[in-house]
Write a protein that binds this ligand. Structure first.
Ligand code: PLP
Length: 398
């Protein structure tokens, strides 16, 4: 019996680890098990690996080595950024600005802060997912302490005008956080050019291990008057310069650094290659499948993200039928795809709840081949046709 093909097109949910990263991870786990705070040689070896990794990761975003703080995840980095700035600056102001398409790691932290007396403004987006920058600037008051806008959206891939927002934050003397989890390692990011003060990232989105993230916290160059503008949300030993206590996961961090090194080497060729595959999918689907449309921006979008809408059918059924023929895709955010609620992102770009249920996210990666896309483009129309034939809404189709 021949084994069925399995094609993984869900790299926005998580990526497979790159074999070169696995090799580094295994080596570090075997050879570098010391506690990086220990004084003995084994501990110092770990401390050195930690420092080198910090340096490598910082260089990807043009940051200072000591402004990188390791966390357990992107979610934790987002929590430290929002809670840490809010709690530290409560006496200065209680207003935070974010968008209505953020990941739940930001949105639910904002909901928690609302219960603590903070006022949150959720800036809307247009029908391609771009933030209304004018409304964002007009929302700033003398109580605004933080703006948090994601670099690129995890569901529809739209890349936000971060440089413009960074400039606004700087001009109004407000701290600027960006959730860079989907963009980090995929597109160039320069925290100085973009005026980002805090940036979250996560290793498992760039072929690294799960359970490792980081928060860039600008120290040098922070505007006068802000000083120590963030506080920890956990208390323990003095790890990560008191910002994030707990014995440091040096093998995971070294693997994260290896993933970053590979991202640096391969980014420009991967951007060109993935954009070509991405645009081929979009063009073919829109030309050949009736009542289909693209969600998100046609060009200001992550190279690996395709989000398509199909009228009259449910995204969940498409995902299950694709899975049956050996293709892994998603309806949107992996975290909310089990919920029956339509995606807040698709509603925010103006889709009706019914259409928001009919979306499919296909996210490519370093290991996606042209022949994988051939197979996907062969199977997708069959799946859509079959589901529409059994759809209760089928009479709407010509
Ligand atoms: N932010 C964004 C934009 C994401 O896409 C994700 C994960 O999907 C996260 C935050 C959370 O990252 P982690 O899974 O590392 O907690």
């Amino acid at each position: 019996m021949t084994e069925q093909k399995y094609i993984y097109l869900d790299c926005a949910a998580t990526t497979p680890m790159d074999p070169r990263v696995i090799e580094e991870f295994n080596k570090q786990m075997k050879e570098n098990y010391g506690n990086s705070s220990s004084l003995h040689a084994m501990g110092q070896k770990s401390a050195k690996t930690l420092n080198n990794s910090r340096e490598n990761i910082a260089s990807l975003i043009n940051a200072e080595r000591n402004d990188i703080f390791f966390t357990s995840s992107g979610t934790e980095a987002d929590n430290i950024a929002l809670l840490g700035v809010a709690r530290r600056n409560k006496s200065r102001g209680n207003h935070i600005i974010t968008s209505n398409i953020e990941h739940h790691a930001v949105i639910n932290t904002c909901h928690h802060l609302e219960k603590q007396g903070f006022e949150i403004t959720y800036i809307p987006v247009d029908n391609q997912g771009l933030i209304d920058v004018k409304q964002l600037e007009e929302s700033i008051t003398d109580k605004t302490i933080l703006i948090s806008i994601m670099l690129a959206n995890n569901e529809i891939g739209t890349i936000e005008p971060i440089k413009e927002i960074g400039k606004i934050a700087k001009n109004h003397d407000v701290i600027f956080h960006s959730d860079g989890v989907q963009a980090f390692g995929k597109i160039p990011i320069d925290v100085n050019d973009l005026n980002i003060d805090l940036l979250s990232a996560s290793a498992h989105k760039l072929y690294g291990p799960k359970g490792i993230g980081m928060l860039f916290i600008r120290n040098k160059g922070i505007r006068p008057g802000w000083g120590k503008y963030i506080e920890p949300i956990m208390y323990g030993g003095g790890h990560e310069r008191d910002m994030r206590p707990s014995t440091v996961n040096v093998p995971g961090i070294a693997a994260f650094a290896k993933a970053v090194e590979l991202a640096k080497e391969e980014m420009s060729t991967e951007i060109t290659r993935q954009i070509r595959l991405r645009d081929r999918i979009v063009k073919t689907v829109l030309e050949t499948i009736q009542d289909s449309y693209l969600n998100g921006h046609p060009t200001l979008r992550l190279p690996n993200n395709v989000n398509l809408g199909f009228k009259y059918i449910e995204g969940e059924s498409i995902v299950l039928d694709l899975d049956f023929v050996g293709i892994a895709a998603s309806t949107g955010s992996a975290c909310s795809s089990k919920s029956l609620e339509p995606s807040h992102v698709l509603l925010a770009i103006g889709l009706s709840p019914q259409d928001a249920h009919g979306s499919l996210r296909v996210s490519l990666g370093r290991f996606t081949l042209e022949e994988d896309i051939n197979y996907f483009l062969e199977q997708l129309p069959l799946v859509i046709k079959r589901l529409r034939q059994i759809s209760p809404l089928q009479h709407k189709i010509n």
